[in-house]
Design a protein around this ligand. Structure first.
Ligand code: 5GP
Length: 120
């Protein structure tokens, strides 16, 4: 698994619009689109258009601070657009033991139902 982490992912094709996605928000740096396997009535993925080494949060360096802030702010814009500002969750799965499956950093924005804690 680790050998392929640096390689291209399905999100490259989504960014290039080579495969379709349901886009919720887009600007020059960030793309937000609906998860193909939603875990809540609202389940949107927020990704940087340029991965720039951010396969996962655990690879973040100081230079990534700006894009990480942009991703978090885009999560708020998504929550607002989806009408879940009163209650939503933002998740980053980091690595295999956290069930990360796509190695291009992404925020899950989840809402539209009562969320449980701890998440399991
Ligand atoms: P992870 O498990 O890495 O945190 O989350 C990856 C997410 O990407 C999963 O929730 C999965 O459903 C979603 N996903 C994987 N392939 C596609 C795809 O082709 N299109 C969309 N919209 N979502 C995808």
């Amino acid at each position: 698994v680790n050998a392929n982490i640096e390689g291209p992912t399905i999100y490259d094709k989504i960014i290039a619009k080579e495969i379709p996605s349901s886009i919720v928000y887009e600007d020059d740096k960030v793309l937000a689109f609906r998860d193909i396997n939603p875990q809540a009535p609202v389940h949107v993925l927020v990704i940087p258009k340029l991965r720039d080494g951010l396969t996962m949060l655990g690879k973040a360096e100081a230079r990534h601070g700006e894009i990480l802030g942009d991703l978090l702010y885009a999560a708020k814009i998504v929550a607002e657009k989806e009408g879940i500002l009163d209650g939503f969750r933002v998740v980053i799965n980091n690595g295999p033991s956290a069930c990360q499956s796509v190695y291009h950093i992404h925020l899950h924005v989840l809402g539209g139902r009562q969320m449980k804690w701890p998440p399991g």
